[in-house]
Design a protein around this ligand. Structure first.
Ligand SMILES: Nc1c(NC[C@H](O)[C@H](O)[C@H](O)CO)[nH]c(=O)[nH]c1=O
Ligand SMILES: CC(=O)[C@@H](O)COP(=O)(O)O
Length: 273
């Protein structure tokens, strides 16, 4: 049970708590799936009870939004947040995690060292080579399309996007750079999987060289670190529960969502200030 900390990563792809047929008074059944710290997936068929938090001491204690998990018998406190929430990712070991990298061939002299920087970083954090898929695309303009497909495949914890857009004589630069940025953003939003923006947008080749392992570091390595950190954000878990609750509950009332399972119970609370 100790594996379920605030840093447990809920896989956002799962969790069909269907708000359509919910009523606050009745217990509901749902399927909840998340991973422990070793990323072993655990699927819980859980009974979800949703009830108003009418008890005022609880309300005072838990103002804001938070969640915790506990063993029914031990009441072991695992994670809880109060009105001021601090959500961080964890950077311990990413062994067993899978990542995809989409990399643009255009300006390969820059994108290849960015890719190598990313691969080095993944290796440092124990991501196995066989758990990394690299997909080459013609240019940065094409990255978003492929990133979205990879994200939607639900095979990866994050999709890292690498490219290098270098200014020429015309306004073409702006079109490619902006499309790459919005493509990667859209891929993340549409797939629910973190799509990390590791696309350089430089005024000249010198700036690009400096950022591909030169005097300004390696932005591919930095982007890989972001992928490692971001996919462990408990944010996904909380975000999901908030969406679920807010889709039907009356905002004037606080609610408690409780998911019961043989081994543990999992609760989220939402108390409007
Ligand atoms: N000029 C740059 C491009 N241009 C190519 C486009 O990305 C795209 O492949 C083409 O327009 C076909 O759709 N790509 C880069 O990654 N960097 C550039 O500087
Ligand atoms: C992305 C670019 O700006 C570049 O490759 C295109 O150069 P140009 O504007 O000189 O056609």
């Amino acid at each position: 049970m100790a594996a379920f900390t605030a840093y447990s990563s809920l896989l956002p792809r799962t969790s069909p708590l269907t708000p359509t047929n919910l009523h606050p008074s009745a217990p509901r059944y749902c399927c909840f799936s998340f991973s422990d710290n070793n990323n072993a997936r655990i699927d819980l068929a859980a009974a979800a009870t949703v009830a108003p938090l009418s008890v005022s001491p609880l309300q005072q204690l838990h103002r804001g939004f938070g969640l915790w998990a506990e063993k029914p018998r031990k009441r072991e406190f695992l994670s809880q947040t109060f009105a001021v929430r601090q959500l961080t990712g964890s950077l311990i070991s990413a062994e067993g995690h899978r990542f995809a990298i989409v990399v643009a061939r255009f300006n390969e002299i820059i994108t290849r060292p960015l890719l190598e920087g990313a691969l080095d970083t993944f290796k440092k954090y124990s991501v196995k080579e066989e758990n990394i898929d690299v997909v080459w695309v013609p240019g940065s303009f094409e990255i978003g399309l492929v990133a979205e497909k990879l994200g939607k495949s639900q095979k990866y914890q994050a999709v890292l996007c690498i490219g290098a857009v270098i200014r020429g004589d015309t306004s073409h630069y702006d079109a490619v750079a902006n499309s790459a940025a919005s493509g990667v953003l859209t891929a993340g939003l549409n797939s629910g999987v973190p799509c990390i923006f590791g696309v350089l947008t430089c005024d000249n080749m010198e700036q690009a060289i400096n950022r591909a392992g030169g005097k300004s570091g390696n932005k591919g390595a930095e982007a890989a670190l972001t992928a490692l950190l971001f996919h462990r954000q408990p944010f996904f878990l909380e975000c999901f529960v908030v969406l679920y609750l807010s889709s039907w509950s009356n905002p004037k009332f606080p609610w408690l969502l409780q998911l019961e399972h043989d081994d543990m119970s999992f609760r989220a609370f939402l108390v409007h200030a």
